[in-house]
Design a protein around this ligand. Sequence first.
Ligand code: SF4
Length: 376
Amino acid sequence: MNTIFPKLKNDFQNDEVITTNIYKLIDKYSVNNHLSKDEFLFILDNITEKETRYLYKKAYDLKYEFYQNRVYLRALIEISNYCKMGCKYCGINNTVESIERYRLSVDEIIEYCALGYSLGYRTFVIQGGEDSYYTDDVLSLLLHRLKSEMPDTRITLSLGERSKKSYQILKDAGADRYLLRHETASKKLYNYLHPSYMSFENRRECLHNLKEIGYQVGAGFMVGTPSQTNKDLVDDLFFLKELNPHMVGIGPYLCHEDTELKGNMSGTLTESLIMVAMTRLLLPKVLLPATTALGSLHKIGREKALKVGANVMMPNISPTENRELYEIYQNKICTTDTSELCRNCVEARIVGVGHVIDLGVGDHIDLERVTNNARK
Ligand code: SF4
């Protein structure tokens, strides 16, 4: 059963007038890449399976215009499941006692990235909880070594909220991109999902700081969190339009039974796919991952995302023995595979739905053009 979109049931059919109005709004959205709040709400409140097919086609066509059927691969390494934060939905938050904690040393991270490099990856996403072990000095050392040993790569950090000064130091040390999901653009929902010591304003400020410093920035949100409404999702679209990030990660909320939000329903595949497609139409050139959470929710969730506008996949290169411990949500896929298996599996999935892998560094298309022009 779906939680957000009230008419999204297989057997529900809108009358012709509503269907026509949704088609017209989707056409307008495809051209203008924005709508009013009321127009967005009209789509989300009324969309049925029938109209999703039209939305998906428009989103796929727009992706194709800029990126064709290429899918960029980012090798993901999960460096630590220690976290000082307490996001109530997250299985590695600081209150969860049932999990064994781990962190990787600089040498281990380099070793696994080098393995990823040998498998062809040229972008690494270094992700972890907010772990104070990784000071600016530790990360600077890591970044210098990565960039000197593998200079033709892009390094993405996904290590949470830090000061503007810290973001600048890490950029100077070689970081190219930073992923920091805004999680939700609704302050009320943010406060419901987070403890009082976490700040809605600070998270947004971090994103603005990252942009100002010159990172390629990734934002993003969850779909189907407890108490989320369509109005909250419209706020997400408006926030993204204003921030104009280079990447947007969208995944379903997946309930973890060891967290404060245990017992809630998870988000659904269709709800998530609708928001992926809506985001493609909002930001036509954005890099949009087919997230692991989608693949965990449905066995071909990532492939379906590629068909509705996604153009990035993030195979895991973490040490196999640690993967199960990075359990931000339950039933996560790829926890027992080796990096080689993940590489082959992801490629087969991409090719299987008529796409091709792109092992380039995969910058946002506007930056690609700047770099190419500078080379001429
Ligand atoms: S979502 Fe990120 S910041 Fe929040 S508790 Fe989990 S790892 Fe920490």
